[in-house]
Design a protein around this ligand. Structure first.
Ligand code: ADE
Length: 228
């Protein structure tokens, strides 16, 4: 998979992919991540990428020219499964969307800033608008990093244990069960007996019960909408 991220703050995206699972995915060539600085494509003599909103009001709007030129260039080079705009007014990100996006070959992600991008960019190029939650970030970069991480870890070969993504919270509309490791007892707190016994069927049943209980207690909405 190839992911192209379009931003006016490329340095914000240096950290999230430099360690751990994302780094391993890049090193193993499971994914290529290309960060593009929108400002480099501005034809303005001061490399401006924003301007005042027509009609007035506080806040600047990202201009169409550098974004359009960059998107056109990338689209001429390859076909994209989705051109995603990260925005708080987008569709709220859920695991099933990540599962679907992880099957793609080429994804483009556009990070907004200020009051957002000129609506014509959205009308002309964007195939999907995604929000990572009902709160407003300073820009789309952290949202793009979250989305990229959630997608890339699902690509076969990225996680050491191929099955481990399947047991994540949300994969079957249930939260993950509690987990324990050594020591078996810490300051009088013992690991549940059943996990120490080696009866795999009983352990599976216990984990499922714990998942259901946790979901009922913390996220009953997941049980109400099994189709989500
Ligand atoms: N940009 C600013 N806030 C955002 C959010 N919650 N999700 C995605 N992109 C954003």
């Amino acid at each position: 998979m190839r992911i192209d991220i379009l931003t006016i703050l490329p340095r914000l995206l240096e950290g999230p992919f430099a360690d751990s699972i994302m780094k391993r995915a890049l090193d193993k060539d499971c994914v290529e991540i290309h960060i593009h600085d929108i400002r480099e494509y501005s034809t303005d003599k001061h490399k401006k990428v924003d301007d005042y909103a027509f009609g007035g009001g506080a806040g600047m709007v990202m201009t169409i020219q550098p974004i359009a030129d960059l998107i056109e260039k990338l689209k001429a080079e390859r076909e994209y499964d989705e051109v995603i705009y990260l925005t708080p007014d987008g569709e709220k990100l859920e695991q099933r969307m990540c599962n679907q996006l992880s099957l793609g070959t080429n994804l483009m992600m556009l990070c907004g800033h200020y009051k957002g991008v000129d609506q014509r960019v959205r009308d002309m190029y964007i195939t999907r608008e995604i929000s990572i939650g009902d709160y407003v970030l300073s820009g789309g970069e952290l949202a793009a990093a979250v989305l990229t991480d959630a997608i890339v870890r699902l690509i076969p070969g990225v996680l050491g244990d191929e099955t481990s993504a399947l047991s994540d919270s949300f994969q079957d509309q249930l939260l993950a069960p509690p987990v324990y490791t050594r020591p078996a007892e810490y300051n009088g707190r013992k690991v549940p007996e059943i996990l120490m016994g080696g009866n795999l069927k009983a352990i599976d049943e216990w984990r499922h019960e714990q998942s259901v209980r946790r979901t009922q207690e913390r996220r009953p909405d997941l049980l109400d909408h099994p189709e989500k």
